[in-house]
Design a protein around this ligand. Sequence first.
Ligand code: AR6
Length: 176
Amino acid sequence: MVEITLVHGDITEQRVDAIVNAANPSLMGGGGVDGAIHRRGGPAILEECKEIRRREEYREGLPTGQAVATTAGELPARWVIHTVGPVYSEREDRSDLLASCYREALRVADELGARTVAFPAISTGVYRWPLESAARIAIDTVRRADTRVHEVRFVLFGQDAYDTFARVLAETRPDG
Ligand code: AR6
């Protein structure tokens, strides 16, 4: 079973095999955690993203819910796994797409042989997903994942995000 840990901090500082980026379909960078990863990781990450975009299947961009890996450049991690979360919608339930981000990122981690993986709270910033719902989907999906990853570390940037993940984790622990 995957061990789930929580950290209050910056994902770019994590010494893990892979960190996950909450990217957008262009893979060309952006704000939030995406901006921080490209800034701190240096240009090698963007170069590999451009190569990925040249592949036929990603000509139109990385579809929401899917994941791809690049080098982590100058970051302490070995790889960055880029995934695209759904933009939150009140009219449409996009939970399956958010769950897919976690599942697909772990599938790519298994392909790489990564054993420790750090995730941000995907979609909870620019994409406006409510924290509590995002935490439930993230934790539930990781718990159910069939993966060889040993540790999934959620790296929460704000106090609010950390407190919410901690509460949901405690409430939903399988052993009570
Ligand atoms: N480490 C960990 N978490 C962080 C960091 C960091 N350094 N910086 C921000 N967060 P967001 P999204 C948190 O907006 O909602 C980008 O422009 C942040 O507080 O980064 O999936 C992309 O290019 C929030 O809780 O990602 C896309 O266009 C969480 O990370 C779009 O934003 C996710 O916030 C994706 O939006």
